[in-house]
Design a protein around this ligand. Structure first.
Ligand code: SF4
Length: 266
């Protein structure tokens, strides 16, 4: 069993290996394995990943998208963050329209998706029962997120999906010395904390619960990513973006930005 501690000479590849091998939370590991063994009729024939899910994206990312945890039949099935479920479909469509992804779909690890100047992660790497990790599980997994953030030095914007992710981001920024007093979760709120710190944007999570009820619409999610785009472009003008998105057409072309290095993913 590998503990989620800090490794010497850290790298995203090492972090990924450590996450995938982690067995620190017995309850979550048992749950993920049970879901993987049981599967779901609509995914008959799939070999579920069933292990902790590492972050995914561009190592040169300026935008960090933070969710809650992999979904039982999404990331826990496919082995990639925000892949293979309804939340992923909404999220990646919006990211594509804002020029943060080379394609509008995220269905499996080998589907060709590349994030452009963006990285997706979560504070808990194992799908929790009822989407509710315990405080102890959050705490146990937190070192992985800290290491990931340290390995993504170009990140200038955090986009938190949901109140829990927002609280995690606020706490991480506060622990590093940012003044986070008065930061409150509200969909679309964007907080600029000064030149030394990433900005923090809040969004409703694109969960089925929110999208099916109309609490979150595609236009609302697009608006959040437009804010992210504006803040990213302020610090990294014109980088890592398909030409169509730079022109503001809202239609990203399937071009992989050159020279970004490999995508870090499962
Ligand atoms: S939630 Fe995090 S700390 Fe817990 S077992 Fe999964 S990877 Fe390890």
């Amino acid at each position: 069993m590998t503990a989620p501690g800090h490794a010497r000479a850290d790298s995203l590849a090492r972090l990924r290996r450590d996450i995938v091998a982690c067995g620190a939370c017995r309850r979550l590991r048992r749950h993920c394995e049970a879901v993987a063994a049981r599967g779901k009729p609509e995914f008959r024939g799939w070999t579920y990943w069933g292990r902790p899910v590492p972050g995914f994206g561009d190592p040169e990312a300026a935008l960090l998208v933070v969710g809650l945890a992999p979904a039982a039949h999404g990331g826990n099935r496919t082995g990639r963050m925000f892949t293979g479920d309804g939340s992923a479909a909404w999220l990646v469509r919006a990211m594509y329209r804002a020029g943060f992804a080379n394609q509008p779909t995220s269905e499996r690890r080998d589907d060709g998706l590349r994030l452009l100047g963006a990285y997706m992660t979560a504070p808990v790497r194992c799908a929790p029962p009822g989407n509710k990790p315990t405080r102890a599980e959050f705490a146990r997994c937190r070192p992985f997120l800290r290491r990931e953030i340290a390995l993504l030095p170009r990140v200038r914007v955090y986009l938190a999906l949901g109140r829990v992710a927002f609280d995690v981001c606020r706490e991480l920024l506060g622990a590093r010395g940012a003044d986070v007093r008065g930061l409150r979760f509200a969909h679309g709120a964007a907080y600029e904390l000064g030149p030394a710190w990433p900005a923090l944007i809040a969004s409703y999570h694109p969960s089925r619960q929110n999208t099916n009820t109309g609490k979150l619409t595609e236009a609302m999610l697009d608006s959040v990513f437009a804010t992210a785009r504006r803040l990213v472009d302020r610090t990294h003008p014109g980088e890592d973006r398909p030409a169509a998105a730079r022109r503001g057409t809202g239609v990203a072309v399937a071009r992989v930005a050159a020279g970004l290095g490999g995508q870090a993913h499962a």
